[in-house]
Write a protein that binds this ligand. Structure first.
Ligand code: ATP
Length: 309
């Protein structure tokens, strides 16, 4: 069952086209992750879906509900992780949860929330004394107060150490067990791979690919990165580059000095043909290597950008 559908979403800030054309739908109970380079439009997309920023164009529907007609009902259905600046540093986690709960007609019990985010032992400590990970857990708890069906988490683990990050993953997986739908953004590829039912890669305000992590990886693992370097220098590498570009199985190439990198779906055939070429031209190959592809490579292949962690 589709719980959220986004069609042809667009948003510009002056001359910056932050979101150019975003389309996707999210199914009930899934962890749906949006990843992309800096400035790709992830936060703007989330903020439009959360009803915080009006889109310039496009449609956002939660089942039969839309922001124009049913904003009150949508607000009951969704939970948004507040920025840590929205929490009260001089209150305790318990007091923060109680305060946020007072904004809603119906709220989960404070005990239940603190248990879910594993802060029961810290319930009486001031928020300003909490670690970064504990503050982020509290932020997730605050998003859960009204017991929403759909939870939005914008980079909940950025800047946290690996253990604190894993603690947040446990909470996100618990939300899934509770049948909740989570829409997540992250800067960590490992996180996207471990948690997500589906990953949506956005770049320059558009969806470049969307699938399950395993399907994306499979797509990647069909390709191999082949590296060659030539004793005969850049000229030989460039000649081999021009030749390799004519192969159907070669998806892209990069030449730097005497080295050539190419990505191919048929590494054996590609190498066989390339060696035929180098032999014919009497070019000497110094080194050859074939590298396995990773999810990170998929990201780079689709966005043309390095992944930053
Ligand atoms: P990051 O990974 O760095 O958080 P992002 O993918 O979340 O990036 P957005 O924050 O949505 O990207 O920003 C997309 C583009 O829109 C960026 O160029 C950003 O500078 C610009 N932008 C976002 N909000 C505004 C605003 N309120 N006014 C002007 N420009 C904005």
């Amino acid at each position: 069952m589709t719980v959220l559908e986004v069609k042809n979403l667009k948003k510009s800030f002056g001359s910056i086209h932050a979101v150019q054309d975003i389309n996707f739908s999210v199914k009930a109970g899934e962890i749906f992750t949006i990843i992309g380079p800096n400035g790709a439009g992830k936060t703007t997309t989330l903020e439009m879906i959360e009803g915080l920023v009006p889109p310039d164009a496009g449609e956002i529907s939660f089942g039969d509900l839309s922001w124009n007609k049913n904003s009150h009902e949508i607000k009951k259905k969704i939970g948004v992780q507040p920025q840590s600046s929205a929490m009260f540093d001089l209150l305790t986690p318990e007091e923060n949860v109680n305060l946020f709960a007072s904004f809603y007609d119906k709220a989960r019990s404070t005990d239940e929330i603190l248990e879910l985010i594993n802060l029961t032992d810290h319930r009486k400590n001031y928020v300003k004394k909490l670690s970064g990970g504990q503050r982020q857990r509290l932020a997730i708890g605050l998003a859960m107060i009204s017991d929403p069906d759909i939870i939005f988490l914008d980079e909940p683990t950025t800047g946290l150490d690996p253990q604190a990050r894993r603690n947040i993953w446990d909470i996100i997986l618990q939300l899934k067990e509770l049948g909740k739908t989570t829409i997540l953004t992250t800067h960590y590829m490992e996180e996207a791979e471990k948690l997500s039912d589906r990953v949506c890669i956005v770049d320059q305000g558009k969806v470049v690919t969307l699938d399950t992590p395993s399907a994306l990886i499979e797509q990647l693992t069909k390709e191999r990165e082949v590296r060659l370097s030539f004793v005969d220098g850049p000229e030989a590498a460039e000649a081999a580059n021009s030749f390799a570009k004519t192969f159907q199985s070669v998806t892209r190439t990069e030449r730097e000095g005497p080295s050539l990198k190419l990505w191919t779906k048929a590494p054996e055939n590609t190498l066989f043909d390339l060696f035929g070429f180098t032999k014919e031209k009497s070019y000497q190959v110094e080194q050859v290597s074939i590298r396995e592809m990773s999810l990170e490579d998929v990201f780079i292949a689709f966005t043309g950008k390095e992944w930053r962690d």
